[in-house]
Design a protein around this ligand. Structure first.
Ligand code: MG
Length: 380
């Protein structure tokens, strides 16, 4: 077969020296021969895309549960928005877009049903066993639980993608990761700050007037109205969300571009060794934090969400205990897994893999008929 260009040749032309080039990959846990025309990170991205855990993101809560309407983000559409913003930043900085996309598709794959409410409940259930973290569980999914290949367990992703996900799991404590990993982390926060603002406005949990109490939204509204002072209502909101993303991405590129021009790192390791931390400039960082505090207090702790949270957590706790009392209710592979890693962890691994809908169905089938509580969907 003849190809126009190998991955290495294409990357040599397109990527900056400080990007993580596919040719520098240190390979996979289980050695595999290189693909004829797909680079290693391109294969990683495709492996995540074709995994069951990735598809299940379609029916997992981001912030707002399924019955609250069909406008707001699911965990899957959030992931796609993260990938899109991360790719935009990555392309502008001449980083490895395949690696960025693999990391972005992967970044929330370990979220249990019912968003952070579900994660907190499982963490409490496993408090004597090391707790539960969606970032650690993502590693378990891609290294052990996904079954796609006869030769090895998991997806056998490259060491760079595994290291990127480990960096997410360690967060504060680890060294500064390569730029592709940092881009995805930052794109995640740009994405949720913007779309949670949009969703909360659409759902009527807050008004634009209230959001203008924050410096960031106040300035964004001023910028938008300066360009078009007739805007109001839904069109104003759309423009505000667009400007929120655009401002943050532009600021990251300014900030990071300045550092890269001054330091001219010779390769990905040099960025890593310099301890560079990718982010928006300090002025915007302060405004961004203020918006996050606002969203935390006025949206994530909104009465409607708190009610949802309590019901979801009660259900998960009940399921966690119920499966322990009746381990034969677990699928056979999780019964076998309980012998290796302990019953509690295996039960949590099983529950964490469920979509919101499947979790509800299992709860209704196995627990609600035995005197369990109400459904998460009965609240609103
Ligand atoms: Mg995310």
């Amino acid at each position: 077969m003849n190809f126009f260009q190998t991955t290495a040749e294409r990357e040599q032309i397109l990527l900056a020296p400080y990007a993580m080039h596919s040719a520098q990959s240190t390979g996979r846990e289980y050695p595999e021969t290189e693909h004829l025309y797909r680079g290693p990170y391109q294969r990683d991205r495709d492996r995540v895309l074709h995994s069951a855990a990735y598809r299940r993101l379609a029916d997992k809560t981001q912030v707002f549960t399924g019955h609250m309407g069909d406008y707001h983000r699911t965990r899957l559409t959030h992931t796609l928005e993260v990938a899109s913003i991360a790719r935009t930043i990555g392309r502008a900085l001449r980083l490895n877009e395949d690696l960025i996309e693999a990391l972005a598709f992967l970044h929330d794959i370990g979220h249990p049903p019912f968003g952070h409410a579900g994660e907190d409940a499982l963490d409490e259930c496993l408090s004597g066993e090391g707790g539960f973290s969606h970032n650690v569980y993502a590693l378990c999914l891609i290294r052990e639980l996904e079954i796609r290949y006869a030769e090895f367990p998991g997806l056998n992703l490259t060491r760079e993608v595994l290291a990127g996900q480990r960096a997410r799991a360690q967060k504060q404590s680890g060294p500064s990761p390569i730029l592709e990993v940092q881009v995805v982390d930052l794109a995640d926060s740009i994405t949720y700050d913007s779309h949670d603002t949009d969703d909360a406005l659409e759902l009527g949990l807050v008004t634009l007037h209230e959001l203008r109490e924050t410096c960031l939204v106040a300035e964004v509204v001023d910028r938008v109205l300066e360009r078009n002072h007739d805007l109001e209502g839904r069109m104003l909101r759309k423009s505000v969300v667009h400007e929120l993303i655009d401002w943050q991405v532009g600021d990251v590129l300014d900030h990071c571009g300045t550092w890269l021009r001054e330091h001219r790192p010779a390769n990905a390791t040099a960025v890593h060794a310099a301890g560079f931390h990718l982010g928006v400039g300090s002025a915007l960082e302060e405004k961004k934090s203020e918006l996050e505090v606002f969203l935390h207090e006025q949206v994530y702790r909104h009465e409607k969400l708190i009610q949802q949270r309590k019901l979801a957590q009660n259900q998960l706790r009940e399921m966690f205990l119920g499966f322990q009392r009746n381990p034969h209710w677990l699928p056979k592979r999780f019964q076998r897994r309980a012998d290796q890693i302990g019953l509690k962890r295996s039960v949590a691994d099983y529950i964490a893999g469920m979509t919101d809908r499947y979790c509800q169905q299992q709860y209704q089938r196995l627990f609600a008929s035995n005197g369990g509580g109400g459904s998460v969907e009965t609240v609103c």
